[in-house]
Design a protein around this ligand. Structure first.
Ligand code: ACO
Length: 320
């Protein structure tokens, strides 16, 4: 049987960590106590002006390609999940392709906000399982700091910039075992950046707007249900997974989800304290951290899961 197997991982965070206290010193009307208690976030990384998602994606991809022991030219599929692309077009995936020196791979972006990486892995797995592609580079990369209203303390403290990448390759060893992905566009209003570009100008509001409590409730329900659904597709119970790598939005969302799944927090990878919510980059950033520090080992069962604007949500069960 043909599987899509993770051959390499990498991640990148720009610059130095910015603490909650530093945000307050920079003029945000907030405190370390408020942010820590409600979200678990301690620091985030904010890219310098002019640094783009494709640049962060390149740094993470370099590491993932090297970890996989392949060359950039061996890759035949590049998918970048991002809601903060460098340009309207060309895609960030094409800009990354040029930076990597790859020619000829199929390259495109996926826009599913914080579920983007899980959507992109799901798509890449289908290409690999079909036999049409052999080596996929799947990246989540964001400069969310560019779409934040720094006068809105209820949102600007939650997010950060970063990138994470995996190389998925065709293998007779497992691999991705099951996927489950969904969307419900009727929830578009609870989390959005409602502006658009028309006739050379931004029309409407170019900043992230959120109904925090509605998002909280939706996220816990979606993350719980989709992890169970994904495990059911593979014929296992959620209690028999070794690691849950959830979207890193908020420690209270993560803890509530783990509780509903009957998973102890020792089996849950948490990095939100270090980098805040990096949207599509959050799952691969967390996965990379847990592989690097030796927690996630070859042969273990891992569930990656995301939820985000749209609303979109999804999970991938894999054997690492
Ligand atoms: N610092 C200090 N005070 C603040 C801040 C801040 N950064 N932000 C809001 N407040 C104040 C509010 O003004 C309000 O004050 P008031 O009572 O005087 O009016 C008070 O704190 C409570 O505000 P709420 O919005 O009711 O706070 P809540 O307890 O709901 O917590 C939070 C807000 C943390 C955003 C919570 O709703 C949440 O975690 N939601 C999930 C949102 C999330 O994680 N989104 C990520 C994007 S979506 C995704 O990735 C899936």
């Amino acid at each position: 049987m043909l599987f899509a197997r993770i051959a390499g991982v990498g991640s990148y965070l720009p610059g130095k960590p910015v603490s909650n206290n530093e945000l307050a010193q920079r003029g945000v009307d907030t405190s370390d106590d408020w942010i820590s208690t409600r979200t678990g976030i301690k620091t985030r990384y904010l890219a310098e002006a002019g640094v783009t998602s494709s640049e962060l994606a390149f740094e993470a991809s370099r590491l993932a390609i090297s970890d996989a022991g392949i060359r950039a030219e061996d890759i035949d599929l590049i998918i970048v999940a991002t809601s903060t692309p460098d340009y309207i077009f060309p895609s960030t995936a094409c800009l990354l392709q040029e930076k990597l020196g790859n020619q000829g791979a199929m390259a495109f972006d996926v826009q599913a906000v914080c579920s983007g990486f899980v959507y992109a892995v799901t798509i890449a797995e289908k290409f690999i399982r079909s036999g049409s592609h052999k080596k996929a580079l799947v990246v989540g990369a964001e400069v969310f700091s560019r779409i934040l209203d720094w006068n809105d303390r209820a949102t600007c403290v939650l997010f950060g910039d970063g990138a994470g990448a995996v190389v998925l390759e065709a293998s007779d060893k497992p691999g991705v075992l099951a996927t489950a992905t969904h969307a419900d566009g009727s929830y578009n209003h609870i989390l959005s950046v409602p502006g658009c570009v028309s006739r050379g100008q931004v029309v409407g509001d170019p900043f992230l707007r959120m109904d925090g409590q509605a998002v909280f409730k939706f996220a816990v329900r979606a993350l719980t249900d989709v992890a169970k659904e994904c495990c059911a597709v593979a014929g296992i119970g959620s209690e028999s997974i070794d690691w849950l790598v959830p979207h890193q939005a908020n420690i209270r969302i993560i803890e509530s989800t783990a509780k509903k799944l009957g998973l102890p927090m020792e089996k849950v990878v948490v990095t939100v304290d270090q980098h805040g919510n990096t949207s599509a980059a959050s799952v691969p950033l967390a996965l990379d951290a847990a592989i690097r520090d030796g927690r996630v080992k070859r042969g273990q069962r891992v569930v990656l899961e995301g939820v985000g604007g749209g609303f979109t949500w999804g999970a991938v069960l894999l054997e690492y």
